[in-house]
Design a binder for this molecule. Sequence first.
Ligand code: HEM
Length: 206
Amino acid sequence: MRVKLFKGYERFWHWTQALLMIVMGVTGFEIRGSYSWLGFELAIDVHVICAWTLIVLWVFTIFWHFTTGEFRHYIPRKEGVVAQVVYYTRGIFLGSPAPFHPSEQQKHNPLQRLAYLSLKVFMLPFIWITGMLYYFYNEPFVQWLGEFGLGLEQIATLHVVAAFIIILFFVAHLYLITTGETVGQHLKAMITGYEDVPDKKPEAKK
Ligand code: HEM
C-alpha cells in the first residue's frame, strides 16, 4: 500500500535545511582553520548568508508546523518505544519484522519522534543561539556575556560543540534512513513524498 507521508513544503524544507547545514559545516570548519578551501573571508560570507537563510526557513517552517497541525507528529508517545529500541538493537540484525509502519496519521516511529523533537527543541536552538551570540558579539546588547566569563573564544567553543552534536545526529540519521524494508525506502519517501508500507499493520508491542 502506498501512503503519502511528506507534503511538498515538508520535502522542500527538509532538503533545503540539509543542504544549508552541510554547507555551514564545511564553511564552519574552514573558519575554524581545520583546512583551507574557499578562503577565510569567503567562508565567513557563505556561512553567514546560509545562517540568515536557514533562520528565515526555520521561521516559515515553525509557522507551517503550527498552521497545518503537523507539529503533532513530534509529540512523544510512550507506546512502542521499548519495541523500537529492541528492534534497532537486536531485531534488525536477526531479520525480525519492524514493529512500526508509518501512516498519514503517524509518520514517525516513537524513537523518531523523540529524536526529531530533541533536534528541534535542543540541538538546533543550541547552534543558532551560539551562532547569533558569535555574530553579534561586539554589539552593546550582548555585553552582559562578559560578566558570565563568556569571551568570544568560549562562544566559539560552544558553537563548535553544537556543530559536533549536529554532525553526530547527522551520521545516526544517515544510518537510520537505510533501515527501511529496502535500503532506499525512506530516502525515496523524502524525495517523492510516498512510501510503500505492508498492507496489514502489525500491532506494536508495548
Ligand atoms: C543558524 C545557525 C548558525 C549561525 C547563526 C552561525 C553563525 C556563525 C558565526 C557568526 C560564525 C563566526 C564567523 C566569523 O568568524 O565571523 C560561525 C562559525 C562557525 N560555525 Fe556557525 N552558525 C550556524 C550554524 C552552524 C552549523 C549548522 C555548523 C556545523 C554543522 C556550524 C559550524 C561552525 C563552525 C565550526 C564555526 C567556526 C567556529 C570557530 O571560529 O572556531 N555553524 N558560525
